[in-house]
Write a protein that binds this ligand. Structure first.
Ligand SMILES: Cc1ncc(COP(=O)(O)O)c(C=O)c1O
Length: 397
C-alpha cells in the first residue's frame, strides 16, 4: 500500500518529535503537581512559568495575560460565557460572523437562549467580513465582537485590525478572535491585531491535543468558568497539564522560529496544488480568498461531484488520507463556511463537493507530492462526476 499523504492539517497535526522530547520529562520522572510546595512540584511550576513566558512573548503580551486551557473549544466558550456573564449589566448584545467554528457559533446560540441578542454578520464570496457591516451592527449595548482570525474550511484571513478599529470607534465592546488556525502560520501579535481576547489550540501546530490558551488583555472583565482551586490566578481551576503546556510552548517556539521559511515553502506548494486542481478539474472553483488566505491552505468546490463518492474513491487507498470532502457542501443549510459562501459561488448548483487541503512543512511534503495529490484528486473527481466518462489520467511519477 502507498504511504498515506496526510492533507488535513487544519483538523489536526502530528506531534513534532522535538515537542515530544520537551514533554517527555513531565510525562515520566517530573510528574509533580505544580501546586505542591516540595521540589518535584516546584519544578513543574517552573516549567509552566517558563512556558507561559514563551507563549506570552510570542503573542507580545505579559505572562499574566495568558490563561492555559484545554484547547480552542474551551477558549472560545470561556470568552463568550466569561464576557457575557461578567458584563451583562453593560449590555446584552453580541456580534459574530456566520463562518465561525462551532465552538463560537454554539457559544453564541447558548447566549441567545439565555436572553442575549446575537448578530451574525454575513461574509462575501471570499468569506470576508466587511468592516462596514460590523460598523452598522455595533450598538451601545454590544459587549462582545468575536470574529475568527483565519477560517478552517476556506483559509480566508479576516481583516482583524480593521474590524477592531471600527469596534473601538463605535463601541465599548471587547473584541475576541479565534486564532486556532492562524497561530504559528501567520503573525498573530496581539498588539498588532488589537484584540482583547484570543484563543488558540496546540494540536493545530504540531503540539499535543487537549491544551491551548486564552490570551486576555489586562483590564478585561471575565468571569471564570472552571471553578475549584486557585489555578491560573483564580481564572481557570484545575491541576495544570504540565506536559501539555510545555509542549504547547515548544510548538509555538518552533512555529515562530520557522515561520518565514515555512511560509515561503508552503505558499509555493499551495499555489502549485491550486493551479493543478483548477487546471485539471472542469467546474472546480477555489473557495476562500485568492490572496488573503493561510499559506498552507487550499480549498475547492467541485461542481457536479458527489462528496460521498469522492470520499469513497479517495479514502480506501489512504493516499489522500484525511482529505475533507463534504457532500452537497454548497447547500446553504449547513452551518459551515462553505455553506455561508456557497450560494455566492458559481459551483453552487446541484451536487457539489467542498474540499479543503491543508499542508505542513515539517513532514517533508515535496512539490512533487503536492502535485501528485492534485492529480489524484483530479482523477477521482472526474471519475465521480460522470460514471460513463473517461476519468482524467492519473499521472504517476
Ligand atoms: C477555528 C477553530 N476554532 C476552534 C477549534 C476547536 O479547537 P480544539 O480542537 O482545540 O477544541 C477548531 C478545531 O478544529 C478550529 O478549527
Amino acid at each position: 500500500m502507498m504511504p498515506m499523504v496526510y492533507l488535513d492539517h487544519s483538523a489536526t497535526t502530528p506531534l513534532d518529535p522535538e515537542v515530544l522530547q520537551a514533554m517527555m520529562p513531565y510525562l515520566t520522572d517530573e510528574f509533580g503537581n505544580a501546586s505542591s510546595v516540595y521540589g518535584l512540584g516546584q519544578r513543574a511550576r517552573q516549567a509552566i512559568d517558563q512556558a507561559r513566558d514563551e507563549v506570552a512573548a510570542y503573542y507580545g503580551v505579559t505572562a499574566k495575560e495568558v490563561i492555559f486551557t484545554s484547547g480552542g473549544t474551551e477558549g472560545d466558550n470561556f470568552a463568550f460565557q466569561g464576557i457575557a456573564q461578567r458584563n451583562a449589566e453593560r449590555g446584552r448584545h453580541v456580534i459574530t460572523s456566520t463562518i465561525e467554528h462551532d465552538a463560537v457559533l454554539r457559544s453564541a446560540d447558548a447566549l441567545e437562549q439565555g436572553g442575549f441578542e446575537v448578530t451574525r454578520l454575513p461574509v462575501d464570496r471570499y468569506g470576508l467580513v466587511d468592516p462596514a457591516d460590523l460598523g452598522r451592527a455595533l450598538r451601545r449595548d454590544t459587549i462582545l465582537v468575536s470574529i475568527m482570525h483565519a477560517n478552517n474550511e476556506i483559509g480566508t484571513i479576516e481583516p482583524i485590525h480593521e474590524l477592531v478599529a471600527i469596534t473601538r470607534e463605535r463601541s465599548t465592546a471587547y473584541f475576541h478572535t479565534d486564532a486556532v488556525q492562524s497561530t504559528g502560520k501567520i503573525p498573530t501579535h496581539v498588539d498588532e491585531l488589537g484584540v482583547d481576547l484570543l484563543s488558540m489550540s496546540a494540536h493545530k501546530l504540531h503540539g499535543p491535543k487537549g491544551v491551548g490558551c486564552l490570551v486576555v488583555r489586562s483590564g478585561v472583565r471575565l468571569l471564570p468558568q472552571m471553578l475549584g482551586g486557585g489555578h491560573e490566578r483564580n481564572r481557570r481551576a484545575g491541576t495544570e497539564n504540565v506536559a501539555g503546556i510545555v509542549g504547547l510552548a515548544k510548538a509555538i517556539g518552533i512555529a515562530h522560529r520557522d515561520m518565514v521559511k515555512n511560509t515561503a515553502h508552503l505558499t509555493g506548494l499551495r499555489d502549485r496544488l491550486i493551479e493543478g486542481v483548477l487546471g485539471r478539474i472542469p467546474g472546480a472553483e477555489l473557495t476562500g480568498h485568492p490572496v488573503n488566505r493561510l499559506p498552507h491552505h487550499a480549498s475547492f468546490l467541485f461542481d457536479g461531484v458527489e462528496g460521498e463518492s469522492l470520499a469513497d474513491l479517495l479514502h480506501p487507498e489512504d493516499k489522500l488520507g484525511g482529505l475533507r470532502a463534504v457532500r452537497k457542501a454548497a447547500g446553504a443549510s449547513a452551518r459551515t463556511a462553505t455553506g455561508a459562501i456557497g450560494c455566492l459561488c458559481q459551483a453552487s448548483q446541484s451536487a457539489s463537493t467542498a474540499c479543503s487541503i491543508t499542508l505542513a512543512a515539517w513532514c517533508s511534503q515535496s512539490a512533487g507530492r503536492a502535485a501528485r495529490s492534485g492529480q489524484r484528486l483530479a482523477h477521482c473527481a472526474s471519475t465521480t462526476r460522470s460514471p460513463g466518462a473517461r476519468p482524467a489520467p492519473l499521472i504517476s511519477t
